[in-house]
Design a protein around this ligand. Structure first.
Ligand code: NAD
Ligand code: NA
Length: 395
């Protein structure tokens, strides 16, 4: 079977499994090129199959020789299709990690469930004893609470409605998009899904089960962004959820004091991932930002961000490097006033006719395609993919 990309709006409907392997290998090579660092040796990653979670896992396994357990919600091959990119990322990661003698275990299922917490506890006890680091990198539009209630998050603004040009990745054009103000219930529900409650449940369960090593740390990923994006993010429903996440870090931090551990939030830069491509209007900011940051030589992808986070800002010679609010600022380059001034000068000039000339939308598009295994160098996309043998691979 020859696989062509199927993109619908800002969502990829398929993936190229062989290309996903190349994407994982590319990230591994970048970590090896950056050199080893002294990091945690036993790590649990929630949201391990794509984006920041996958990049974290690769950075720690191949930069610090960490054994990892990764949890994710992904689809394997079925009569509906070949399965999701994250499914194959898990498989290829495990193969590469095992080749280097690392333990790499993939747990597939709902990380919001008590059942998955128990499965993780059992697996940690059997395979790792305890963990030194827990990474919380879930991004989801829905959470089923432990009592069975389904809660959905929304991507809306608060206060005044907001509209602007958004990116249609399927057609490579700009379209008008608007964000309506959320109701109080929608804000509350988004906080329930994307805030810190589930992170705290995880850390409580792990600590009670004695799965956290002395001095264990945990880190969750957040975004703040520049003032120009506040209506889209910080002052939107997702921003409320992140505020809750930041507050939860303090609660967990107190809880971990008993074992000499710490909880952190790492505020990352805006990047193309499955989750972020879905936020209205934001990808236009992202295309402009990528252009400016590349021009100034400070561009980073997911893997470079996570390499720098662990090697320099969490496990480097100075230990954890955080700001006055105990936030680890990986958005330092993005928020550089010179970078933001350049982006802000371009943004009002963007039209459907000139956007490619004003920002790096080709680069953004390529990053998006590569998340799904397409457009990777060295992959022969004209060659048929052996679907039957892919079906035999297990995570
Ligand atoms: P992503 O979509 O690439 O990854 C999400 C991960 O969560 C996947 O591994 C997915 O399988 C997993 N997941 C989702 N629902 C699950 C469930 N119910 N059970 C188990 N696993 C589940 O997203 P991402 O962009 O890497 O986001 C990760 C975190 O980073 C989020 O908190 C996000 O807000 C944050 N962040 C993202 C950006 C950005 O620009 N992309 C910037 C800063 C912070
Ligand atoms: Na992730």
């Amino acid at each position: 079977m020859i696989i062509h990309p199927q993109i619908q709006g800002c969502v990829a409907r398929n993936c190229h499994p062989i290309g996903c392997r190349a994407a994982v290998q590319q990230q591994i090579e970048r970590i090896k090129a950056a050199g080893p660092f002294n990091g945690p040796k036993r790590v649990l990653v929630l949201g391990a199959s794509s984006g920041f979670g996958l990049a974290s896992r690769i950075a720690l396994a191949f930069g610090a020789s960490a054994d990892t357990i990764g949890i994710s919600f992904e689809r394997g091959p079925s009569d509906k299709g070949l399965g999701s990119a994250g499914w194959y990322n898990n498989i290829w990661f495990r193969k590469e990690a095992e080749q280097e003698g690392r333990i790499a275990i993939n747990l597939i299922g709902d990380a919001f469930s008590d059942g998955m917490r128990q499965q993780a506890i059992d697996t940690i006890r059997q395979q790792l004893g305890q963990v030194d680091l827990v990474i919380y990198s879930l991004a989801s539009g829905i959470r089923v609470l432990p009592d069975g209630t389904q809660v959905r998050s929304v991507l809306k603004t608060t206060g005044q409605p907001f509209s602007g040009w958004g990116l249609d990745l399927e057609r490579d054009i700009l379209v008008q998009q608007s964000l309506a103000p959320a109701t109080p219930e929608e804000i509350r529900d988004t906080v329930t899904v994307m805030g810190g409650e589930d992170w705290q449940l995880w850390m409580q369960a792990l600590q009670q089960a004695d799965c956290l090593a002395l001095g264990a740390q945990t880190v969750a990923y957040s975004y703040i962004g520049p003032e120009s994006t506040y209506p889209l993010y910080r002052d939107g429903t997702i921003g409320y959820a992140k505020e809750h996440l930041h507050a939860t870090a303090e609660t967990i931090n107190l809880q971990l004091a008993e074992i000499g551990g710490h909880a952190w939030v790492s505020v990352c830069k805006a990047l193309v991932t499955k989750a972020s491509a879905y936020i209205p209007v934001l990808p236009v900011y992202l295309g402009l930002l990528m252009g400016v940051m590349k021009e100034r030589g400070v561009h980073e992808g997911c893997i470079e961000q996570m390499q720098r986070l662990f090697a320099a800002k969490m496990y480097g010679p100075n230990g954890v490097v955080a700001d006055g609010n105990r936030l680890i600022r990986m958005d330092d380059h993005e928020l550089d006033p010179a970078i933001q001034a350049a982006v802000s000068a371009l943004w009002p000039k963007v039209t459907p006719d000139n956007f490619h000339a004003l920002g790096d939308f080709a680069g953004l598009r390529q990053d998006f395609m590569q998340l799904n295994g397409f457009e990777l160098p060295g992959v022969d996309y004209a060659a048929p993919v052996d679907v039957a043998s892919l079906g035999e691979l297990t995570p």
